[in-house]
Design a protein around this ligand. Structure first.
Ligand SMILES: [Zn+2]
Length: 83
C-alpha cells in the first residue's frame, strides 16, 4: 500500500497517510475530506502553493502573462503573431 502526502484544503494541515484503494482519506486535524494529494515531497509547502495559485488566478483574470515561464510566454506571443 502506498503512502501519500496530503494537504488539507480546509485547515492547511499536511500529513502522510497510508491509503487503501477505494478508501477516501480524512484530515486527522479537522476530519475534512477536501484533501489535495501531493505528488512529491519536494513540492513547495502548501501555503506557498496556495499563494502561488491565487496569484496565477489573479494574473489570468487580468490577462497578464506573468504566470507563464519565459519560454511559454515566447511561445504564446509567437502564436499570437501568426494569427
Ligand atoms: Zn484539515
Amino acid at each position: 500500500m502506498p503512502i501519500f502526502d496530503y494537504h488539507c484544503q480546509a485547515c492547511g494541515t499536511r500529513f502522510e497517510l497510508l491509503v487503501r484503494s477505494g478508501q477516501s482519506p480524512l484530515c486527522p486535524q479537522c476530519q475534512s475530506a477536501e484533501l489535495e494529494k501531493c505528488v512529491s515531497r519536494i513540492a513547495p509547502a502548501g501555503k506557498i502553493e496556495a499563494i502561488r495559485m491565487a496569484h496565477r488566478r489573479v494574473a489570468a483574470a487580468q490577462g497578464h502573462f506573468d504566470h507563464y515561464s519565459p519560454s511559454d510566454k515566447a511561445k504564446l506571443l509567437a502564436g499570437k503573431k501568426n494569427i
